[in-house]
Design a protein around this ligand. Structure first.
Ligand code: NAP
Length: 323
């Protein structure tokens, strides 16, 4: 008789549903491993808050981030992937099969696990920024840009995300001032050039935000020039933060080895410190961080998991050695 108290068992559980997790699902599903994807809430990862994806191969005209996610998801469903719209709240990788607790739907047991939880937007961590989050302060231009039609905006950051978000915001805002803490941009040349040439975008270099001004909504930002030490107030009605990401690894802390910066530590590309647990995408990759590289890592993690499971099965089937 089946043990009713035991959680449902899966050969592979994939945690996360961005391009890494979904690609891992396609590959493990096609290997007949019947993967279960615990997609996270909200599901889909960073692509869900990305507009034009112009560099994903196969889409010469570009594609919207959410549509790309949906297409990869449909491809995974086609081969038999099961999706659970929930979060993993804790894991136990010290026992076999592994166990993963879910937010509201019990738990799962898994012979192997692929970690693909990605990374989350960073904040400046100013009290005034936290107070006005959702009231004029945002880390997602795609989600909130629409609310700033006809407004003047500031945006913090000097990387590709900052350029992309600022360019997107010009669809709504009358002016976007990019505030960057150094005098040179980190962004790729093509993205930087687009922003630098845009008539609605201006830059303030060597500049940090000291305070977000306003009581109920954003009325301005108090800035400091890090070279001269001078302070200035820039009147704006919205502030966007685009300063990078932190890996979503809190739930795995203490269960797999992490790098000092919080990313999952891997060896032989996708293997974590626990045999049978693999990682894919931004949860460990802080170098490339592209949708296409995340998808590539998802493929690699899936193939590694499949081969590892095969090795475990053959070892279990081997007759005991005779003298
Ligand atoms: P990033 O490249 O790490 O850039 C983060 C930026 O924020 C840097 O300019 C950094 O300044 C600044 N910053 C970090 N912490 C800060 C703080 N506390 N206060 C003020 N400024 C701060 O991150 P990203 O722009 O999110 O890009 C991540 C990766 O995704 C990159 O590989 C990028 O190429 C890729 N990406 C590509 C596209 C695209 O191709 N369409 C779009 C988005 C992202 P410093 O420069 O001084 O460190």
């Amino acid at each position: 008789m089946p043990d009713e108290s035991r959680p449902r068992h899966a050969r592979v559980v994939i945690v996360g549903s961005g391009p890494a997790g979904l690609t891992a699902a396609i590959y493990t599903a096609r290997a007949n491993l019947k993967p279960v994807v615990v997609g996270g809430v909200p599901a889909g990862g960073q692509l869900m808050i990305t507009t034009d994806v112009e560099n994903f191969p196969g889409f010469p005209e570009g594609i919207q981030g959410p549509e790309l996610v949906e297409r990869i998801r449909q491809q995974a469903v086609r081969f038999g992937t099961e999706f659970i719209d929930d979060q993993v709240t804790s894991v136990d990788f010290s026992r076999r099969p592994f166990r993963l607790k879910l937010g509201s739907r019990g738990a799962l047991e898994a012979d192997s696990v692929i970690l693909a939880t990605g990374a989350n937007a960073r904040w400046l961590d100013l009290p005034s920024e936290q107070k006005l989050r959702g009231h004029g302060v945002s880390a997602c231009a795609t989600c909130d840009g629409f609310f700033f039609r006809g407004k003047e905006l500031a945006l913090v950051g000097g990387g590709d995300s900052a350029m992309e978000e600022a360019l997107f915001l010009t669809r709504f805002a009358t002016r976007v001032t990019i505030l960057h803490r150094r005098s040179t941009l980190r962004a790729s040349k093509i993205m930087a050039d687009r922003a630098l040439k845009h008539p609605k975008i201006s830059f303030r270099f060597d500049t940090v935000v000291e305070e977000v001004l306003g009581d109920q909504t954003v009325e301005g930002v108090r800035l400091r020039n890090v070279r001269s030490g001078e302070s200035a107030v820039l009147p704006v009605q919205g502030l966007f933060i685009a300063i990078g990401y932190d890996p979503a690894t809190d739930v795995f802390r203490g269960h797999v080895e992490l790098e000092p910066n919080g990313y999952v530590k891997t060896h032989q590309v996708t293997r974590t410190s626990v045999e049978g647990v693999f990682a894919a995408g931004d949860v460990y990759d802080h170098r490339y961080r592209q949708a296409v590289s995340a998808a590539g890592f998802g493929c690699m993690a899936a193939i590694d998991a499949e081969r590892w499971l095969e090795e475990q099965d053959s070892a279990a089937e081997k007759p005991p050695a005779t003298r």
